[in-house]
Design a protein around this ligand. Structure first.
Ligand code: NAD
Length: 503
């Protein structure tokens, strides 16, 4: 066991259930966390069983009774301390993210920085949970709205952001007065256990152990229970569109709320007047960064015909220089995919490209070495090929040539997903067209910036089959609260609205 894992409280065998204290011997199955770069085991986890799930929900519900009545700025103070603990553990936690998920070290550390940033944001927000005041139409009346906590929130997270996605939800929901139960993705349980250990250093001494609860477990044992559980008024779920479709239905059936952050099929348009150096770097980071395993990864590129050959050639050349290997090595640019199955998915997509008449411009192979490695790949063909419509979660980029912005926009918006998008141009009209109501149909639309690497200050999320949810900055906090409209009559009359006369 590496020393930094011990610093994070990771043991050979770990409890995967926290309910106001670690449950010593959870009743679920035992699973092994595997290093995707080597295929070797890192540590074992005792998953949460049904009884542990029940204990966690009850702990979170009971903590809510107390937490909801603590003034929001005081709640912010707890989140401030969590942010400080995260600062202390940024290095080892970032390293664990790299080790268990496979993203390169700078991205692993960046993910923890994102947690710190959102904690800071939430602290400020704790004094700004504003409601509006309206003028009542009735004399001697005052009308306003206020925001109350919702209850215990269920957080279901994807493997590719094993710590940041939790914090986007948890830091904001905490200042909003909610308590929460987290189910992390199957392949990255140690990251969640380490985060729980870090936050415990703040919540346990304060007697707030139920504020953040954790149940590591499969979709069937824990995930589906959460989704169907009426005690969880909001399910915030990050993952594939397939998962969102299922979850959305079950939560809607019980008239609960869901906040869905699902798959993307993000594109960059490069116009003939673009700064090609910027565009190339953005495409490279967007398509190869995190081995193409970001929801915002660049999957499609539309190149204006005048610059298409040049950009394509430069991209192919740049792909040849990508250093693939151990994500913990500072020289590595691309680490492994999360599982052997993920590599299969990329290989199957490449086979599909060829079957549909497309062409592989570079890459296209699995790497013959331990771990889940494949080459970053550029393919071309027709933008309407069936495989291009799908999100293949790996380093597979499609490059197409277009003759106009209009043509590019048509292809751009023709997919079912709507997360992130970008245009590279120096032309004001092209840029405004891209951002206009008939332009990009995505939740995120950038100019001269790539599709991935959003800041936490803006609302993050996407349209269409990406699910419509918004997390992190701006007014995303409203999803974690309930709105109450209050009218106070301080007169001696009882006038009815709309001038209705009665009695
Ligand atoms: P996934 O859909 O396989 O799983 C995501 C989570 O949902 C996991 O915790 C999983 O156990 C759980 N889950 C799956 N089915 C469930 C069910 N029926 N009931 C309850 N829980 C269930 O996704 P993944 O492979 O972990 O992550 C990759 C996907 O996530 C990609 O599609 C990516 O685009 C998406 N993603 C989206 C965002 C975003 O903000 N839009 C961010 C990160 C990842």
């Amino acid at each position: 066991m590496m020393d930094f894992l011990k610093d994070l409280g990771i043991a050979e065998v770990n409890s995967g259930a926290y309910a106001d204290g670690w449950i010593e011997n959870p009743s679920g199955e035992e699973t092994v966390s595997v290093n995707p770069a080597t295929g070797e085991p890192i540590a074992r986890i005792k998953n949460a069983g049904t009884d542990d799930y029940e204990a966690a929900v009850q702990a979170a519900q009971s903590a809510f009774e107390k937490w909801r009545m603590i003034p929001a700025p005081r709640r912010g103070e707890i989140v401030r301390q969590v942010g400080n603990e995260l600062r202390k553990y940024k290095e080892p936690l970032g390293k664990l993210v790299s080790l268990e998920m496979g993203k390169i070290l700078t991205e692993g550390e960046g993910e923890v920085q994102e947690m710190i940033d959102i904690a800071d944001f939430a602290v400020g927000l704790s004094r700004q949970l504003y409601g509006n005041t309206m003028h009542s139409e009735r004399p001697g009346h005052r009308m306003y709205e206020q925001w109350h906590p919702l209850g215990t929130i269920g957080i279901i997270s994807a493997f590719n952001f094993p710590v940041a996605v939790w914090s986007w939800n948890a830091m904001i929901a905490a200042v909003c007065g909610d308590t929460m139960l987290w189910k992390p993705a199957r392949d990255v349980p140690l990251c969640a256990i380490a985060v729980q250990n870090i936050v415990n250093r703040v919540i346990e001494p304060e007697g707030l152990g139920g504020l953040f609860c954790l149940t590591v477990g499969g979709s069937a044992t824990v995930g589906e229970k959460m989704v169907a559980d009426r005690r969880l008024p909001l399910i915030s779920a990050t993952g594939s569109c397939k998962m969102g479709r299922k979850i959305g239905q079950v939560v809607a059936e019980r008239l609960g709320r869901s906040l869905l952050e699902l798959g993307g099929n993000n594109a960059i348009i490069v116009m003939d007047d673009a700064d090609l150096d910027l565009a190339l770097r953005a495409i490279l980071f967007g398509a190869v960064g995190t081995a193409g395993q970001r929801c915002t990864s660049t999957r499609r590129v539309f190149l204006h015909r005048k610059i298409a050959d040049e950009v394509r050639d430069k991209l192919v050349r740049a792909y040849g220089t990508i250093r693939i290997g151990d994500p913990l090595d500072r020289d590595t640019l691309m680490g492994p995919l999360i599982t052997p199955r993920a590599v299969d998915d990329v290989m199957n997509a490449i086979a599909e490209v060829k079957k549909e008449g497309g062409e592989i411009l570079c890459g296209g192979n699995r790497l013959d070495r331990p771990g889940n490695f494949c080459e970053p790949t550029i393919a071309t063909g027709r933008p309407d090929m069936a495989i291009v419509q799908e999100e293949t979660f790996g380093p597979l980029l499609y490059v197409f040539t277009v003759d106009s912005l209009e043509e590019a926009m048509g292809h751009h918006n023709a997919v079912t997903q709507g997360l992130s998008s970008a245009i590279f141009t120096r032309n004001l009209q092209a840029s405004e067209e891209f951002l206009s109501a008939r332009g990009s149909d995505c939740g995120i639309a950038n100019v001269n910036i790539g599709t991935s690497g959003a800041e936490i200050g803006g609302a993050f999320g996407g349209e269409k089959e990406t699910g419509g949810g918004r997390e992190a900055g701006s007014d995303s906090w409203k999803a974690y609260m309930r709105r109450q409209t209050n009218t106070i009559n301080w007169s001696n009359e009882l006038p009815l609205a709309q001038g209705v006369q009665f009695l």
